[in-house]
Design a protein around this ligand. Structure first.
Ligand code: IYR
Length: 226
């Protein structure tokens, strides 16, 4: 059994004044209140370097045993986007015409969604997040390195990606066509990976509108125990 400790290094941490903490958290709240899911994109291209940097931000997320169990596929190729749209619409047609409950369809009415997904072609970029349940180990026997808390880890990284993209001036949609197996086929991902989230990214179309919905206020989402 190994008893050696991995090397530790001093933490770099800047302790801010309370005033600065207030300013920063308030400014972030105002920015984040403006984030909306967008379903109508301008087809103008977005700088790839920004997208890559945002994915790098997502890759700073914490993960179970630091396994970093994620792969981000950045897609701008029109033919690949079209294939993804066609496959997503096929699945969504089944969802909207039988697989989703009446109650579910009722709950979705304010969002004006249906099985048609033009945003998958209109958005200049799609980021498909894959979760890795394990990684292959080079032991000559087809070994597998197990991953832990994969859903939680990839969920956190996805949230950080949405935040980074919004902060960088881009609009997103968190899209979960279901089932998502077609994304592995189209993007040629290995069997240890499963599609987790499909995120169209771009600028909103000039005539873009969003549902007039309200967020729960702080009192509704928090209980305090002091
Ligand atoms: N995946 C379908 C349906 C859908 C489900 C939920 I929950 C939403 O918040 C929005 C849509 C679709 O993308 O249309």
């Amino acid at each position: 059994m190994k008893d050696s400790q991995p090397p530790h290094i001093p933490l770099i941490f800047e302790r801010l004044s309370e005033e600065e903490m207030h300013e920063r958290s308030q400014a972030l709240l105002e920015r984040m209140k403006g984030r909306r899911s967008v379903r109508h994109f301008d087809s103008a291209p977005v700088p790839l370097e920004i997208l890559r940097r945002c994915i790098e931000v997502a890759g700073t997320a914490p993960s179970g045993a630091h396994k970093q169990p994620w792969t981000f596929c950045l897609v701008t190729n029109s033919e690949v986007k079209r294939s993804i749209r066609e496959a997503a619409e096929k699945e969504e047609y089944e969802n909207y015409h039988g697989r989703m409950s009446e109650r579910w369809l009722e709950d979705l009415k304010p969002f004006d969604t249906n099985h048609l997904k033009p945003h998958l072609e209109e958005a200049p970029a799609l980021i498909v997040i894959f979760r890795q349940s394990w990684t292959p180990v080079e032991d000559g026997y087809g070994g597998k390195q197990q991953h832990y808390y994969v859903q939680e880890s990839v969920g956190i990284a996805s949230g950080m990606l949405l935040n980074a993209l919004h902060e960088s001036g881009l609009a997103t949609l968190t899209h979960t066509p279901s089932p998502m197996g077609f994304l592995s086929d189209i993007l040629g991902r290995p069997s240890n990976e499963h599609a987790y989230l499909l995120i169209p990214v771009g600028y909103p179309a000039s005539n873009c509108s969003v549902p007039d919905i309200e967020r729960k206020n702080l009192e509704e989402i928090m209980v305090e125990i002091h």
